[in-house]
Design a binder for this molecule. Sequence first.
Ligand SMILES: [Zn+2]
Length: 345
Amino acid sequence: MKNLTYLNILLFIFSCGSEAQKSVVDYAESITETELKTHLYSYASDEFMGREAGTEGEALAINFLKDYYESTGVSSGSTDGSYFQEMTVTDRSGNSIDSYNVLAYIEGSDKSNEVLVITSHLDHIGVEADGQINNGADDDGSGTVAMMEIAEAFIEAKEDGNGPRRSILFLHVSAEEKGLLGSKYYTDNPIYPLDNTVANLNIDMIGRVDSLHIEQPDYIYLIGSDILSEDLHDVSEKANQDYVGLTIDYRYNDPTTLVYETGRWRENRYYYRSDHYHFIKNNIPAIFYFNGTHKDYHAPTDTVEKINYALLEKRTRLVFHTAWEIVNREERLTLKEDSEIPSDD
Ligand SMILES: [Zn+2]
């Protein structure tokens, strides 16, 4: 008996020791293409009816996310513990819509009052008049499942005693497709003070390859990274160089760069076209992660079997490594002194 007890103690010490030695790479490796695929095959299935804000499809989507965070051990980020931020928003035709953002939260350790907000939009464009469902596997099922996996990696780290120093809000915004309404609502009614919000990483469409990169698909467009903070840009570049090695394409940092979309050439204006805009507008540095548009953009053919899951895994790990550095570094990201925030007016 004595020897056995001694062995148990040794095993206990050994297992504690090995946990403490786990590194950021180990947690990044918990983000896998298999799990991303499993989540997306549920989230972008016909059952969710295109996840249009204000419909039953949205109700299914928000409950799916809440159940996931509850079962993964990630806390609610809303004030009442429900994971939901209820809002009434007005769409482009002037209709009032009852809609919900979903918020999950991992509290930081010694710098917990500073918050990194990671966003993606949970909604999509619903069902066509002829009954075809817009599954939105890429837009933005890809960003949604990426956030689920990033949250899981951070909570695993926290359970091992390697939790983030700053807090992280996983903000799944709704009504993006109706005019970025969920992110506008959150930044107009923030649950965590915007003054203490250190950055926003916004993921909207990261599962596909556009026509410009068919030959070399290991790429991602980053938009906005150096507009308010050189620090943010440098952290992002280093995370990619040290851990991921994607080709980062910055061409759409200029909103006037032309893009061929829905049958014509137009200025891309991506800078204004997803949820990071409402953070940047509030002087919060942000990065928009994006694969560019494709022929299935906003069509019923944006489906799960067209997603490149190995690439989705790499891109998700890039966001994770960038987030890890932002929340664990000693200094808060510094803002440029003279940055001019581009206006959409
Ligand atoms: Zn989108």
